[in-house]
Structures are given as structure tokens and as C-alpha cells.
Design a protein around this ligand. Structure first.
Ligand code: ADP
Ligand code: MG
Ligand code: ZN
Length: 472
């Protein structure tokens, strides 16, 4: 696009918290690994929105939303409050969503992009997710599944600081990384564990006043976010070029056709008839709570990256090893019993990651270290090692046993080598006599003979030692 317009983008990001139970009842939480093999398996009167049920807030959901705020440097609000936000949706039986408006969990904070630009957060609030509608095309019916109803969600709202698709994607990747590393959410985008609404408007370059905004809801991949922003930027620029107004709208992004289409006029806050929920007490978060929760904040990817560099890893390696939480854990774990960071990183980056799809590592740190140690001790060759990795991948097999079974480690004993050398010396008197003049040549000759006799199974280092010892 030309430099005629400034693009203004703000994101609203929803992430499902991975608590064991739902936000206002004791039903198992889908995002926390609940069994959802059947619809409506994890439901009760509270998350089904029955009149008279009394929702009571889950302390872990509150604490995890505070932890999330800490991962972005937010201020933690001292008093928070739930409010009813009214909608009519068939998968929201109570007719309202419990969310936070006036007193959200966290305020401010943000992320600095690699360019040095700060993207500010306005707030992070805690709310409940709705259920799901399941359309049965064969029977022409729509069914309601409330397993997901009451899943704790955090909503992160940015200031309109983002200027293009690349910034949006970098921001989202960092958000996901911090939520996952802080342990509050798994952010499985394919499963809807993290969703993003994009708000976008254009204004004449340098103008103060923002233009009319369009909102695109529930984009569930970063690629979709980028494509939607690029399309919408062009569409709005064309309208403005033609002297037309951009309608304030909620638009639907259709990824298959690569276009956005109008859904409805954008709703206003007043449309939701927000009101404090009379069933909920205000929650006071004390300084003591904040200090206690802060202590439980795990190291984030950028902190671990810096630690890895400090232990001597190249930036490139540190970067790769902190792209996925399970991968980082694997590295740290293996490092515990194999404290040579660079060789270990090489093994992981070249041989382990090559075999893993989406960072699913199907070998344990113990198994890998056992293999590397066998190579270091020259019990097996590098080639043998790769064969063992393939053999044990996805199994619990002991690499040492596999090496033995495959015949990689049945090396010839030193005593046996000695006997062979003595015998060879007796039958090659001339070679023995030549030792003083050309020791290297003679040693090589005897080594070659030993290797021949043992079918290459002898350790060449050991053979050399014995040959030299006997000759001199
Ligand atoms: P709503 O809940 O109605 O969508 P908010 O005021 O919470 O409204 O804003 C949602 C998001 O829209 C925020 O990320 C904000 O930064 C962004 N936003 C607000 N005004 C504009 C604008 N003119 N252009 C682009 N984004 C905007
Ligand atoms: Mg919005
Ligand atoms: Zn329930």
C-alpha cells in the first residue's frame, strides 16, 4: 500500500485458561484436559445456566489471570468485579456472559517488538466461555454442547498501536509464547484455545483523528490474521480513494475465498446492558496475594533465551530452543545429566527436531543422553546412534540394550587384542625389526592386521595402544 494512509490496528485476544475445573463450577475444564468424548459430559446446573444456580468463582482462574498479567508487566487491580454482559445465543443458556468491565483483573502492560516499538495493552479481564453449536447436516438439526460453557477465558485488549500485519503476527506470537511459558494457557489455536479479533481502520497519513473501524471476529490462525489485515487494508483504502465512507461494521473473514463480508453493524457497549452480577462478591487482591503469585511465575522464553546465550550457546541455537515450551523443557532436562550445552544443542537441533513433527519429541532426555554418551565413549559410531534413535523413537526402549541387540557394542576385549598382537609379531619378524626406522608404518601395518582378524570390531584406539606398547 502507498503511504497515503496510516493503518491503525487493535487486537482483542481470547485465551482459554488451563485450570482443572471451570470458572464458576466444579465441572472439568475442556481446556484443562477434560474428557469431551461425549457432548454435555462435563455440565451441571451452574454451567447450564439454570435459574437458581449459584456460581462461585474458581480461585485458580483468578490467579492464572493475574499470572498472565505479570507476564506482560501489567498492573494488578486490587478489587475486581464480575458483570453480566447480555447476549442471546442458543449456546449461552443464561442469556448473559459473566465478564469484567469496570474492574478488570489487569491494567496496562505490553510487549516490545523486535523493532523496539511498544505495543501497549489496555487491559486483561477474566470471563466465561460459551458452549458450542453442533450442526448436524444429515438430520438438519442444530445441537447444543455445553462442555465448553464456563471455560475460563482471559481477554487481552491492546491499544490501537499496531500498524501492519507483520507487527500483528509478531505480537501474537509473543503473546502465545508468554501465555504458554507462564503455564496459564496452552493456546492450541486449531482447537480454539486462542482466538483473535482484529479491529482495523485507516486515516490520512499523519492525521490525529482515527477513521471508522471494522472488526473481524474469531480469527484462529496467525496466517488468517495477516491475510485478513492485508485484505481489509486494501478494501478500506479503495473506499477512501473513491471518496466513500468506511461503514462501522463487524465483518466476517472468509479464509477460503480470501475476502471479508459484512455481518452486522457494530454493537455498542450500551447494547449489552452490562450490570453488576448480584451473585458475585467483589474480589480483593492484596499485596500479599500479588507477591505470592509473582513467585510462581515461571521463566519466560526471552529470559531462558538470555540464559542459554550466557551459558555459551549461539543466539541462533538459543532462539530455536525457546520456540516451544516442551522443547525448552527437554533441553533443560537433558542438560541436567549432560552439561555440555553446545554439543547437546547440536544433537537436539539436527537429529531430534528432524524427527519431530510440531515439536512432538518422542524420545526422552534420558534416552538421548544415554545415546550421546555411548558415542562419546566410542562404544558406538555416530551412524549407529542415528539408527538407535530411529529404533527407539516413540518407545520406552533402552538405547543401551538396543545397541547391544543390534551388535553395535560387542567390541573385542583388550586381552583378546593383546593375544592377536603377540601372535602377529611372532609371524612377522621383519616388520618388528623395521619398527625403529619407521615406527608409524609398522604400527599401521599391525593395526590393519588386527582389524582384519577381528572384522573391524576392535576399538582402534585400544588396538593402537596395545600395538605400540608391545613393539616398544
Ligand atoms: P469493543 O469491545 O466494542 O470492540 P473496545 O473499545 O474495547 O471496543 O476496542 C476494541 C479494540 O479496538 C481495541 O484493541 C482498540 O485498540 C481497537 N480500536 C479502537 N478504535 C479503533 C480504531 N479506530 N481503529 C482500529 N482499532 C481501534
Ligand atoms: Mg471488540
Ligand atoms: Zn458445571
Amino acid at each position: 500500500m502507498s503511504t497515503k494512509y496510516d493503518v491503525v490496528i487493535g487486537l482483542e485476544i481470547h485465551a482459554e485458561l488451563n485450570t482443572a475445573t471451570k470458572i464458576f463450577c466444579r465441572c472439568a475444564n475442556t481446556a484443562g484436559g477434560a474428557d469431551v468424548s461425549e457432548p454435555n459430559r462435563n455440565v451441571c446446573p451452574t454451567c447450564m445456566g439454570m435459574p437458581g444456580a449459584l456460581p462461585a468463582v474458581n480461585r485458580m482462574a483468578v490467579e492464572k489471570s493475574i499470572l498472565a498479567g505479570m507476564a506482560f508487566g501489567c498492573r494488578i487491580n486490587d478489587v475486581v468485579m464480575f458483570e453480566r454482559k447480555h447476549y442471546f445465543y442458543p449456546d449461552l443458556p443464561s442469556g448473559y456472559q459473566l465478564t469484567q468491565l469496570e474492574r478488570p483483573q489487569c491494567l496496562g502492560g505490553g510487549i516490545t517488538l523486535s523493532t523496539g516499538k511498544l505495543i501497549r495493552l489496555n487491559r486483561i479481564h477474566l470471563e466465561e466461555d460459551a458452549g458450542k453449536l453442533v450442526h448436524d447436516e444429515v438430520r438438519g438439526e442444530t445441537l447444543v454442547d455445553l462442555n465448553r460453557a464456563g471455560t475460563p477465558l482471559i481477554e487481552m485488549v491492546t491499544e490501537p498501536d499496531i500498524s501492519n500485519a507483520a507487527e500483528a503476527v509478531e505480537f501474537l506470537e509473543e503473546v502465545r509464547s508468554r501465555l504458554v511459558y507462564s503455564g496459564v494457557a496452552d493456546c492450541k489455536m486449531e482447537e480454539g484455545g486462542m482466538r483473535c479479533d482484529v479491529n482495523i481502520s485507516l486515516k490520512p497519513a499523519g492525521a490525529k483523528k482515527f477513521g471508522n473501524r471494522v472488526e473481524m471476529k474469531n480469527l484462529n490462525s496467525f496466517k488468517m490474521v495477516a491475510r485478513a489485515i492485508e485484505y481489509e487494508t486494501k478494501r478500506q483504502a479503495k473506499l477512501l480513494d473513491d471518496g466513500k465512507a468506511v461503514a462501522v461494521q463487524t465483518r466476517k473473514w472468509n479464509d477460503a475465498s480470501g475476502i471479508s463480508t459484512p455481518m452486522r453493524g457494530k454493537e455498542q457497549e450500551v447494547d449489552y446492558r452490562y450490570m453488576p452480577d448480584p451473585d458475585q462478591l467483589m474480589i480483593r487482591i492484596t499485596d500479599g496475594d500479588v507477591a505470592r503469585i509473582k513467585k510462581t511465575l515461571p521463566k519466560l522464553a526471552h529470559e531462558l533465551r538470555a540464559e542459554f546465550v550466557a551459558m555459551g550457546l549461539p543466539e541462533y541455537d538459543a532462539d530455536i530452543l525457546t520456540r516451544d515450551k516442551d522443547l525448552t523443557k527437554f533441553f533443560i532436562n537433558a542438560l541436567g545429566s549432560y552439561p555440555s550445552a553446545k554439543p547437546l544443542a547440536n544433537w537436539i537441533m539436527t537429529h531430534v527436531l528432524a524427527r519431530a513433527t510440531n515439536y512432538r519429541i518422542e524420545i526422552s532426555p534420558v534416552q538421548l543422553v544415554s545415546i550421546i554418551q555411548m558415542v562419546d565413549k566410542k562404544d558406538i559410531s555416530q551412524k549407529n546412534a542415528l539408527e538407535i534413535i530411529d529404533e527407539i523413537w516413540g518407545t520406552e526402549k533402552d538405547p543401551k540394550k538396543v545397541a547391544k541387540d543390534k551388535g553395535f557394542t560387542n567390541k573385542v576385549a583388550a586381552g583378546e587384542i593383546e593375544a592377536i598382537v603377540v601372535e602377529l609379531m611372532a609371524t612377522n619378524e621383519k616388520a618388528v625389526a623395521d619398527y625403529a626406522e619407521g615406527p608409524d608404518k609398522v604400527v599401521n601395518f599391525f593395526m590393519g592386521q588386527v582389524m582384519k582378524r577381528t572384522g573391524g570390531r576392535a576399538d582402534s584406539v585400544v588396538v593402537k595402544e596395545i600395538v605400540v606398547e608391545k613393539l616398544s
